[in-house]
Design a protein around this ligand. Structure first.
Ligand SMILES: *Cc1c(COP(=O)(O)O)cnc(C)c1O
Length: 390
């Protein structure tokens, strides 16, 4: 039952609340700050766990004009959901059949002569022209055309363009963020590639290199478009600046309800292997989220949660479906709201706090929130109550 404009009054048993107003505000803020003609909202991996369709619609309404995904399948799902904005997909099955993508007007990010031929074959079979963007290798050594092959691949692309089979709409690459000098080297290499492509007769209208980190800190990498992933979700890609410092609002609040409470005596063990024993008599609360839901087991004994306006430590091992919180002498009740992470300005721990506790990055924390956790959406303009505390 979802009375009152679709918002449930009671916290779900397990739930990820996605504040679409935060997504819209982050897009608007980054657009103004960065000022490139184009801004791509990166919504791969189910929009980093936030839900691809609602995030895509919100980002487009807020001023993004491109969507980026890894696979063609992700792009096709956006089309099936009614999204008609430009979409770029850049990671492909070796035996990919590009026909569906081309007929649905999905731009193909291509990294090799083989992929160019696959795109041209699919376009020929359809009697259409594929729109492609060539990815250049500039240091990461993942995919992208390797520098020694640039001239040949550009010549091949120019020939296929003259044959009407494809049009090279963009050139792009991706940075390592290893250090400012490594990124400056990559920018230089990328610029050489852009000049070489022009010499080969290509005239791409979109030149893009920066994801969130470089978009914010390396103006030389902005070119005509930036590809914004983590910033869209209100999280910082940096260790020395948090969301608030960057003017971003975290969009995901992960929460649940206390499923059981008990009082234990000093010395009682908790959860598998008794990694933790109660130092004194006290109260425990059981939270019904575990590593099946993306709560990292590595954060056992290290992360904290918010219950009733107070922060409490997780104790013992995080299990598949549940973990235990020590609340000391505080009284909590079955059914109380537990916030694992959300917007620190509402008092909640951040996704980055969880990442620190688990030895990973905030990207992984939000992206791995599992299918068993229902997403609920707060529309732009709805009051933000994430991490409500009475
Ligand atoms: C994931 C990804 C992005 C987004 O990166 P953020 O750091 O999340 O902004 C941009 N470009 C490419 C090629 C990616 O794979």
């Amino acid at each position: 039952m979802r009375p009152h404009g679709g918002r449930r009054l009671v916290t779900g048993f397990r739930e990820a609340v996605i504040d679409l107003g935060a997504i819209a505000a982050n897009v608007a803020h980054l657009r103004t700050l960065i000022g490139t003609p184009h801004l791509m909202a990166v919504v791969k991996a189910n929009a980093y766990g936030h839900g691809a369709l609602p995030v895509a619609r919100t980002a487009l309404a807020a001023g993004a004009d491109w969507l980026g995904v890894a696979d063609v399948d992700e792009a096709l799902q956006l089309r099936a959901g009614g999204i008609d904005a430009p979409i770029l997909a850049w990671l492909h099955d070796p035996d990919v059949d590009f026909r569906a993508a081309i007929s649905q007007d999905i731009d193909l990010g291509l990294s090799s002569a083989r992929q160019l031929r696959q795109a041209a074959d699919a376009a020929a079979a359809l009697g259409r022209t594929a729109s492609v963007q060539l990815k250049l290798e500039t240091g990461l050594n993942r995919n992208g055309v390797h520098e020694p092959d640039w001239a040949d691949v550009f010549a091949l692309a120019a020939g296929l363009e003259r044959a009407g089979l494809l049009r090279v709409r963009g050139l792009f690459s991706h940075l390592s963020n290893a250090s400012p000098s490594d990124d400056a080297d990559a920018v230089g290499r990328f610029e050489r590639g852009v000049r070489l492509a022009a010499d080969a007769g290509l005239a791409p209208s979109l030149i893009h290199l920066a994801s969130t980190a470089a978009a914010l800190r390396l103006p030389a990498a902005r070119f005509s478009m930036v590809r914004i992933g983590i910033g869209l979700y209100g999280l910082s890609p940096f260790e020395d600046q948090n969301s608030h410092d960057l003017g971003l609002v975290p969009a995901m609040t992960l929460r649940g309800r206390v499923a059981a409470v008990r009082r234990v005596a000093a010395g009682a063990g908790v959860s598998y292997d008794y990694l933790w024993r109660a130092p004194e008599d006290g109260n425990l609360a059981l939270v019904p989220l575990g590593y099946a839901d993306g709560v990292p087991r590595q954060a056992s004994g290290a992360a904290t949660v918010r219950i009733g306006g107070r922060t409490h430590p997780i104790v013992g091992r995080i299990a598949m479906d549940q973990f235990v919180v020590s609340v000391g002498q505080v009284n909590v009740s079955v059914g109380d709201e537990v916030v694992l992470f959300g917007d620190p300005r509402a008092g909640a721990p951040s996704a980055t706090d969880w990442a620190d506790a688990a030895g990973t990055i905030n990207y992984e924390i939000v992206t791995r929130i599992g299918h068993r956790v229902p997403r609920s959406y707060r529309q732009p303009g709805e009051a933000t109550q994430s991490g409500t505390e009475g």
